[in-house]
Design a protein around this ligand. Structure first.
Ligand code: PMP
Length: 430
């Protein structure tokens, strides 16, 4: 069993190869200017290529390809396997046209939170259409998925409640728990027996919540919601499902992970983002009328933060049009994922991926940053994922697949993986 207490400084420091253990003295952190100095000394130790791996400058629209500035400072067109643009909506003509019209009608912003002056008729329409997509009673819109999770936890739960969460839940969920100063225990990823055991043995005098993801963001697997939801109901727990990566992508109609598993919404609290399949930004919480109405006045990230601009909302509305009218995109995405998974069997992809993410593990001895730069050089944009985004011994490349990728794109990716693996002496099955 894990608790969520973590040393954040060490977590984020690790990404930049900084040893933060020496930034503590006698149980206290060093003064800020000393820590800043340590940070910069460590950054300078990295070579230019390593530094280049984060915050790569993008010079074009994101689509099956992207133009980015490479480590040599030159612009270069690369195949894009690092964007959560699963359905290819980031540069979709219908969405671009709709957004242009929305700008002409609504201008570029609204400059205020929903409870005051920031509730546009587009926002009202989006709440209705998302509720229809998700099969729920009501929906509220946040400025990001991160804010939706923060607002949800801080607005709905109290420090007396008990939250039982999958250990692989997203950082924004755990940050919400921290803000709440809530009691949270984590069960091993997708381990239903352990979840059941915790539900039986951990008592609370407050409310009980079970929190999972529809599709796990770093592994791409679907939570066994068909087992989790009844279990939570049996123990009178509320179920929270973060379906950031399932919404629009899974199920015949694109409802998400629940539809994929042929489940109908009963009373779950569902969270989602517009930063994946919709390829813009923003987030939402969808559920019963009572919960959403309550949250509209309790979620501080909703009350005290200005609304998404109408143009972004227009892009999401047009995205729902595409989700409804172009179901072939979901089929194409599935075909692309299966095709790629078949080709990657020898690299350890043994279970068929269930959504738009394939996680390609890299042995912990290998220099994943050098490998990422080799991919760049070969014209492939791929994200190297290290601790704290994943456990320290589970570094990987997280491949995001799009409905817009062609078979040739996927073949080029496979050939490049072969090349990079060979160069770095990583053994794979024949
Ligand atoms: N939940 C999950 C599962 C995510 O993967 C992410 C984004 N990586 C978020 C929440 C936060 O969403 P956003 O980027 O819209 O803030």
């Amino acid at each position: 069993m894990n608790t969520i207490a973590r040393n954040e400084e060490e977590q984020s420091g690790n990404r930049y190869s900084i040893d933060f253990s020496s930034s503590w003295k006698n149980g206290r952190r060093l003064p800020l200017n000393e820590r800043i100095n340590m940070f910069h000394v460590s950054m300078q130790k990295q070579n230019k290529e390593e530094q280049h791996l984060y915050m790569r400058e993008i010079k074009s629209a994101t689509d099956r390809t992207v133009t980015a500035v490479d480590a040599t400072g030159n612009e270069r067109e690369m195949l894009m396997f690092g964007s959560n643009n699963y359905l290819g909506l980031a540069n979709h003509p219908h969405i671009k046209e709709t957004v242009k019209k929305a700008i002409n009608k609504y201008g570029v912003g609204i400059a205020g939170p929903p409870l005051l002056n920031g509730y546009s008729s587009l926002m009202k329409e989006l709440e209705k259409r998302l509720s229809k997509l998700k099969g729920t009673e009501d929906t509220m819109i946040f400025t990001s998925g991160y804010n939706a999770n923060l607002g949800l936890l801080y607005g709905l739960c109290t420090p007396h409640d008990l939250i039982i969460a999958d250990e692989y839940n997203h950082a924004s969920f755990f940050d919400g728990v921290k803000l709440l100063r809530g009691k949270c225990i984590t069960f091993e990823h997708n381990n239903i027996n352990q979840l059941e055991n915790f539900l039986k043995t951990h008592k609370t005098d407050g409310d009980l919540f079970v929190a999972v993801e529809g599709v796990y963001s770093m592994d791409g697997d679907i939570a066994p919601l068909d087992k989790i939801i009844p279990l939570a109901q049996q123990h009178n727990a509320f179920t929270i499902i973060d379906d950031a990566h399932g919404t629009g992508v899974l199920g015949f109609n694109g409802e998400g992970a629940m539809e994929e598993l042929r489940l109908k919404w009963s009373n779950e609290i569902i969270m989602g983002t517009f930063s994946k399949a919709f390829a813009v930004n923003g987030g939402f919480i969808s559920g019963s009328r009572e919960v959403i109405e309550y949250l509209r006045f309790m979620a501080r990230t909703y009350m005290f933060s200005a609304s998404l601009p109408p143009v972004t909302i227009a892009a999401v509305l047009a995205g729902i049009d595409v989700i409804e009218n172009e179901p072939w995109r979901r089929v194409q995405l599935k075909n692309n994922v299966s095709f790629l998974a078949r080709k990657l069997k020898r690299f350890g992809i043994t279970t068929p991926p269930q959504a738009g993410i394939i996680s390609l593990n890299v042995p912990k001895e290998a220099n994943i940053r050098k490998m990422a730069n080799d991919f760049n050089r070969e014209g492939i944009f791929l994200n190297a994922i290290e601790f704290p985004a994943v456990p320290a011994n589970k570094q990987r490349f997280r491949i995001s697949i799009s409905a817009n990728h062609t078979n040739d794109d996927l073949k080029k990716l496979v050939n490049t993986i072969e090349l990079v693996w060979y160069k770095h002496n990583i053994i794979c099955n024949d």
